[in-house]
Design a protein. Structure first.
Length: 217
């Protein structure tokens, strides 16, 4: 399953973001950050206790089932009183949840987490980025392995000179993406694709912010 992968900001940074704000509502997310253990109920309770030690008043707390969902509105309604007493909402969700909350309440929504990447759960507690959504997919030419994401240098035209026995020169625990691509293409009888030259990546495939409008009737 694809998840929004996060890490907690250093507590000092959270305090800095909350400077001048004394009454805080705390909200986690029941999906991605619960899974990453960055914003589920145990982390929300721990944050509440740490904020309390620093003299902050936690007016209320909750874990929204899906913080990036528009139904966040209902969760806010359920805690109306606690929100009305707060000066800010500290969000222990990914950035999608922060932005959703920001639209729902008239209070500043402050992120307690950094959103790192959209990743796939590869096993218990293990999340790997598999696609950076570059907008110009080359998987059809690289044996289904993404060099943009899996190679530390994002190389499109074969390996750098640092490949070492199939491991990456930047992270020796990590397989070299281009070695994996080579082995996969060999297995598929498509090694000729290794000789295909890829043009420089077009970084302007979709102007930011990305927007798709389907021509619906
Ligand atoms: S090339 Fe890689 S980053 Fe780009 S769309 Fe394909 S899988 Fe995603
Ligand atoms: S060793 Fe392989 S994965 Fe690492 S930077 Fe070079 S080509 Fe990319």
């Amino acid at each position: 399953m694809i998840r929004s992968i996060t890490k907690q900001k250093p507590f000092e940074e959270v305090l800095e973001l909350l400077s001048g704000l004394d009454r805080i509502f705390l909200a986690g997310c029941g999906t991605c950050t619960t899974l990453c253990r960055t914003g589920g109920m145990p982390e929300v309770l721990e944050m509440a206790s740490k904020l309390g030690e620093k003299g902050k008043i936690v007016t209320g707390q909750m874990v929204i089932p899906v913080a990036c969902d528009e139904l966040t509105h209902e969760a806010v309604e359920d805690h109306k009183q606690a929100f009305s007493e707060a000066e800010a909402v500290l969000m222990m969700s990914c950035a999608y949840g922060v932005q959703t909350m920001s639209k729902q309440v008239g209070l500043p929504a402050i992120p307690a987490l950094d959103t790192l990447f959209v990743g796939k759960e590869m096993g218990l507690g293990r999340f790997d980025e598999v696609c950076t959504q570059c907008g110009s997919c080359v998987l059809g030419l690289t044996g289904g392995i993404c060099p943009v994401t899996a190679c530390h240098k994002g190389l499109l035209n074969g390996p750098c000179g640092g490949t070492n026995n199939g491991k990456c020169e930047i992270d020796s625990d990590k397989d070299c993406a281009w070695t994996l691509i080579y082995l996969k293409l060999k297995e598929q009888g498509k090694l000729d694709l290794m000789r295909k030259y890829h043009d420089l990546r077009n970084h302007n495939v979709e102007p930011k912010p990305g927007k798709i409008r389907l021509p619906l009737e």
